[in-house]
Design a protein around this ligand. Structure first.
Ligand SMILES: Nc1ncnc2c1ncn2[C@@H]1O[C@H](COP(=O)(O)OP(=O)(O)OP(=O)(O)O)[C@@H](O)[C@H]1O
Ligand SMILES: [Mg+2]
Length: 337
């Protein structure tokens, strides 16, 4: 696996796919029976590009992201994940460990659950560098301070000696990012990295991720609830609903010309994006439990356009315009009807 972990980075090849996911499905066993949290999901991440993944709480964003790091253990998974041409199915835990944090790394939704409270932040970043880069203790410590400085942590030499609980939420999130970036990953997965932060810190962190992809050609999967962030920051967008990607395409196309009624609803609840959004209504009803997936199109019970066809048959993922896919029987939808 070492050839994967240390595959050369080619910043020139912006847009070349580095990780592709095909027909991913993830099913958890629960006392009430199997629960399909992710269903037939396909997308790819390209060098130097940011893919935004949006959708309501519980739709399967974090589970999808965790599967890219081999972290969904208690579930049955189907489909294929290719990283730099290598199939990640069936990797041993040892192989996953050589990839995680090195070639593919993740900024988790909640920093306190992934920072270890009994080690200083400097020790934790140094440990990642020692394992993946085989640096000496002194070199690893030095590089950990460099990593903290890179995420604009003031007085990084001093901060490196702090324990996570002594830092503010914003500082902890930067430490997480410093750790995720320390080994210059080819793929960065950021799961709601800025949700808990105030707006100015949020903007700095987004700028940092943006700089990384420009400088190093890192491919980024950016998970968020915030379509405003997507509009400013992502090149491509995938919209998830109840375990499916219901629409995907270039951010400009998808936001200016949304084709799935769920995407229309999401935009409707973010009226400052666009004057037109004011005419769209907020989505009615609630996301069903994954254990109660509706028949046909999983969105039909909440959809103002749905008919019997939608209730009965699963819509295929169609390319409705160049590089713009949608799973909806009713698309194209007239926006100003
Ligand atoms: N280990 C698990 N066992 C059983 N079900 C799980 C497990 N992990 C996640 N799920 C279920 O899978 C579904 C998708 O969860 P996931 O955490 O991916 O949602 P999400 O889109 O990230 O939501 P949020 O926006 O709130 O973070 C949820 O219904 C969740 O309850
Ligand atoms: Mg989540």
């Amino acid at each position: 696996m070492s050839e994967i972990a240390h595959a050369p980075k080619d910043v020139e090849a912006v847009g070349a796919p580095v990780l592709s996911v095909s027909n991913l499905s993830i099913t958890f066993n629960s006392p009430a029976g199997p629960v399909r949290a992710v269903d037939d999901v396909s997308f790819s991440l390209a060098r130097g590009r940011i893919l935004g993944l949006v959708g309501e709480s519980g739709c399967g964003k974090s589970v999808t992201a965790s599967s890219l790091l081999g972290l969904v253990r208690s579930a049955q998974t189907g489909g294929r994940i290719l990283f730099d041409g290598h199939d990640l199915a069936g990797l041993s835990e040892e192989d996953w460990q050589s990839i995680r944090g090195s070639a593919i790394s993740m900024i988790f939704q909640e920093p306190m659950t992934s920072l270890n409270p009994v080690f200083t932040v400097g020790e934790q970043i140094a440990e990642v560098l020692r394992v993946h880069r085989r640096l000496s203790r002194a070199q690893a410590h030095e590089q950990a301070v460099v990593a903290l400085r890179r995420v604009n942590i003031p007085a990084p030499e001093e901060r490196a000696k702090e324990y996570p609980h002594r830092l503010s939420g914003g500082m902890r999130q930067r430490v997480m990012i410093a750790m995720a970036l320390a080994c210059e990953p080819q793929v960065l997965i950021a799961d709601e990295p800025t949700t808990a932060l105030d707006v100015t810190v949020q903007a700095q962190i987004l700028a940092l991720i943006d700089e990384l992809r420009r400088r190093q050609g890192t491919a980024v999967l950016f998970i968020t609830h915030d379509l405003g962030v997507i509009a400013e920051f992502a090149d491509d967008v995938a919209v998830m609903y109840l375990g499916n990607i219901v629409e995907r395409g270039a951010a400009a196309d998808l936001l200016n010309s949304p084709q799935h009624p769920y995407t229309l609803g999401l935009l409707g609840s973010t009226p400052k994006l666009d004057a037109r959004a004011e005419r769209l209504t907020v989505i009615s009803g609630q996301v069903p439990m994954p254990s109660r997936r509706p028949s046909g199109c999983t969105f039909h019970q909440r959809c103002p356009f749905a008919d019997e066809h939608c209730a009965r048959d699963v819509p295929p993922h169609r390319e409705i315009a160049p590089a713009h896919w949608v799973s909806c029987w009713k698309a194209p939808i007239e926006l100003h009807a």
